[in-house]
Design a protein around this ligand. Structure first.
Ligand code: NDP
Length: 267
């Protein structure tokens, strides 16, 4: 028996990238999936692929930053699939902009999607989870929440806000049998990364990662699947970097990179 048999997961931003891979992974582990994305065609494509692997799925078009749409999303998920056991707050946006040039609109857009979106979805899902005394909330934060990001002030602040919300939910929802955790990816090879930075910038960043490469979507999906499992029940309020060792290395990796360059490639 797959470990998520009989469970229902709601995954936001699941039309492409990390969210789509998470949705497919949770389905392979046995869960039925409510797929939601701001792009309806992509959501439908992911839902079709989940049906193909033998699980129930619905596709829904929701902007997670819109409170009323989120209420409708969770109501539809419960009405169609019966309940929500697992919520993955994955929907996100990113745009690099130097701090002095950051506009009010860009700042507000980041807080809206990441912080308000995570709050709206988590509260609505937790209300359903609390009826059965069981739930798993997993948020996708970022290493930008744990280290000072360059040109990503709004994004880093919003992702740090998500981490704060995770800790608060871990505390307040424990009595309801609900855990809340976050995965904090380093740079992962997706469209979001490619649209935020020129190719030479994100390829150069791999040199500052101890693993010496960008991450791949499956590596995030496996971490999320662990937090989604019944076996993770004694873990709550953690922010898990999945980053090839970047947070652990901090500024030392910059020094190692400099030395490697000076030594013509040898460490
Ligand atoms: P993608 O852009 O590939 O996927 C994100 C999905 O979320 C897109 O389909 C996007 O639609 C959708 N989305 C955007 N805004 C909303 C909204 N308001 N409501 C619902 N859906 C929305 O990004 P990734 O897969 O790379 O990122 C997934 C998550 O991982 C994000 O939270 C991101 O911040 C986080 N992350 C990613 C990293 C990376 O290097 N890739 C690193 C650290 C964290 P559309 O494209 O139409 O906007």
């Amino acid at each position: 028996m797959a470990q998520l048999d009989g469970q229902v997961a709601l995954v936001t931003g699941a039309g492409r990238g990390i969210g789509r891979t998470i949705a497919l992974q949770l389905a392979r582990e046995g869960a039925d999936i409510a797929v939601t994305d701001i792009n309806e065609d992509w959501a439908q494509e992911t839902a079709r692929d989940i049906t193909d692997i033998g699980r129930k799925s619905i596709a829904n078009c929701t902007d997670v930053g819109d409170y009323d749409q989120v209420q409708a999303l969770t109501a539809q998920s419960v009405a169609t699939l019966g309940k929500i056991d697992i919520l993955v707050n994955n929907a996100g946006i990113s745009k690099a902009r130097p701090f002095l040039e950051l506009t009010k609109e860009e700042w507000e857009a980041q807080l809206r999607v990441h912080m308000s979106g995570t709050f709206y979805c988590s509260q609505a899902a937790a209300r359903d989870m609390s009826r059965r005394g069981y739930g798993r909330i997993i948020c996708i934060s970022s290493v930008a929440a744990l280290m000072g990001p360059i040109d990503l002030a709004a994004y880093g602040a919003a992702k740090a806000g998500v981490a704060g919300l995770v800790r608060a939910m871990a505390l307040e929802l424990a009595d309801h049998g609900i855990t809340a955790n976050a995965v904090a990816p380093g740079p992962i090879d997706t469209e979001l990364l490619r649209s935020a930075w020129p190719k030479e910038v994100y390829e150069e960043r791999a040199n500052h990662i101890p693993a010496q490469r960008l991450g791949i979507v499956d590596e995030i999906a496996h971490a999320v699947a662990f937090f989604a499992s019944p076996e993770s029940g004694y873990i709550s309020g953690t922010i898990l970097p999945v980053d090839g060792g970047s947070v652990a290395a901090g500024a030392y990796m910059v020094e190692k990179y400099r030395r490697r360059k000076a030594n013509g490639g040898a460490s």
